[in-house]
Each structure stands twice: as structure tokens, then as C-alpha cells.
Write a protein that binds this ligand. Sequence first.
Ligand code: LLP
Length: 385
Amino acid sequence: MLSRRIKDKLQHIATPFYLYDMELLRATLEIVNEESTRYGYKVHYALKANFDKRIFETVRGFGMGVDCVSGNEVKYAVESGFPASSVVYAGVGKSDDEIRYGIEQGIFAFNCESRQELEVINGIAAEMGKIANVALRINPDVDPQTHKNISTGHGDSKFGISYKEVEEVAAKLPELKNINITGLHFHIGSQITSMEPFENLCKRVNMLYGWFTERGFTLTHLNVGGGLGINYENPEAQPIPDFKTYFAVFAEHLDIDPAIEVHFELGRSLVGQCGELITKVLYNKVTAAGSNVAIVDASMTELIRPALYQAHHAIENLNRNDEEGVYTIAGTVCESSDIFAKGITLPAPQRGDLLTLKTAGAYGSAMASRYNMHELPTSVYSDDL
Ligand code: LLP
């Protein structure tokens, strides 16, 4: 863990801040490229996981595409030098202006999430005298076996076109002259740690791919989304996720024409382990119920995952190795859910100690807010230390 190795250098940096291990990020991206190109797979970075400029530039250096979920993300990707032809754009609620911008830029594909959206994209493209490339995001009703708030592919989710509507949508497509259906898109959820949901996804993809090709659609790509989970419990045991097994599952279970490109949208697995949130202990107290509480200077405004999903981030005291106690680590915000961890064992956090919350590179700084008028968190990069 980077913070432990360089803890002396961290003592005088204003807290809280995100610390990024750029070497680990580069090593992760290198392995992703190695394992994906083995099968000719294309990887798009899911920008929502972390839009920090230095992180994004590093990803660009590895030649990946981008997966966007808003017009601003598409704009940021294009303005950061990613070719528009490497940009995919999903999202259940694309506005007319966002759609217009994507068409103007000539993005690789809109991952289209409803029948009505298809009609709207078609209408806007017609007005512009253009043809928009579209992949149908189909909700495959696959259980990702993850937290309910980060499941997207089950039957009652707001995402994608229901598999029950596929036939009706396909029948309508020939009328939509200004869209070109180039592919199918799926994303079943996030933080998926078993390969079984991905195998089940492949079975659905095979079925739908077959269904569309039998009906004369010429698909050029299939996008299977992201979702590969990472080790939050013991990050040091697996700083780089097992991309080899992950891509091999798709290679083994997808049964499609080899000329069809397979695309992925990975977020968490690329950037999760390279980030830590460093925070300083402000106060100690004991509750009437007898819990030892350490109040730190970060809060859910820097890292909302524990409050929102009861997510676990391993915490370490960077200033001590001595006797351990049982503590609740709480943030500064006026919300009872602003707790990073309850009942964890660590060397007694004392005022001034630095704590690290590990595995915070994905959906950490990207989900920061200014609640309680907090400042947005700053970033420190290993390359600068
Ligand atoms: N593609 C689509 C269409 C997505 O919706 C997402 C994530 C991804 C790709 C990237 O998934 P990943 O590889 O990162 O699992 N804030 C939550 C996670 C929300 C994920 C949203 N969609 C968290 O902190 O756990």
C-alpha cells in the first residue's frame, strides 16, 4: 500500500485528500491491455468511476476508449483528446442537446435504453441530416449477485430495453431511417466478484445475438459492459484484479462470429485499487453505549460509498503499530449515516494521526459533494512525491 510506504511524506499535506498510486494504475492498465488484446477485445474506460484529469490522461496513454454517461462526459472525453470514434454513450435520460452533441461529434455508439429514445435519436439525426450509430442496450435479466443499489441488469431495473420488448422494438427499427443499429449493449451491475453472472450474461448475449442476426440485422459489435469486482477486504492481496480469468470467461462462453468486435466498459477494476483517501483524526469520544469513536476530517462528502451502500473500505492507522482497540470511524457531516466503519480493530487513533481508507480510487472523488459547504477533495499523485 503506497500510503504506508511513503507515510512520512504525507504528514504535512493538508487533509483530507486522495492519494493515487500512478505506478499501480499503469501496471493495471498494462495488464488489461495485455489480457484483452489476446482476444482482440476493445476496452472503454467507464469515466464515471473517476474523472480526475491525471487519471484520465493516463488511461488515454494506454489507447483505451471511453464509456460515458452524460453529455458533459462525452465533451470531456473529446476535449481530452480521445477520438470520438472510441466513445460509447449510455444513460437512461439523454437530453436532446446531449444527443445532438454526440451525433455532431460522430461517437462510436449511443447505447440506447428505450424505444422512445430510439425515436428521439432518429428524429434529431434526421433534422441534422445524419445517421447515428446505435447499440441497443438490452436488459438481460441476469442476477449479478451484488449489492442491490449497483445491480442494473435484473428484470425490474430502469436500465435498458426490457428483453420482453425486444421483438416490438426490432419490428419498429426499419422505420427509423436515421439510425444505424451497429450492436447490442449489456451491463448487469458492478462489483461482481463471481464469474458465474458473467457466464450467464454470455448465454443471454449469444441468444440475443442469434435472434438479431437471424432477422437480418448486421451487427458489428457486442458491448458486454463492465462490472468486474475488486478486493475491498484485503486490497494488498490483490492490487490488480484477475483480468486474465475475466476475459477468458467471455472468450470461452461467447458463441459469436469471430468478426464481431467485443467491447467492455470497465471502471472500478481499472482505478479502484490505485486510490486511497487520507484523512486526519480530529477527536476521540466514547458514546453512552460504550463505543469508542474517532472523528476524522473526511466525511461522506469525500467518500459516500459506506453511507450509501454500506460499503467496506479497509482502514489503517498510518501513525501507529501499537496496541489495538475497537473503534467506530466517523466523518464530520451532520448525518447519522456518515460513518466509515463500525467496530473495526486498529491501533488507537489519536488526534493528528493519519488514517487511510483503501481501495477508494473508483466512485470516491467522482461522487464527492459539497454538502455542508465542504470543499471538494484534492488529489496527490505518487509521481509528484
Ligand atoms: N457501463 C455501464 C453502463 C455502467 O452503468 C457502469 C457503472 C459501468 C459500465 C462501469 O462499471 P464498473 O466496471 O465500474 O463496475 N457508485 C457505485 C457503482 C455504480 C456503477 C454505475 N455503473 C459504487 O460506488 O459502487
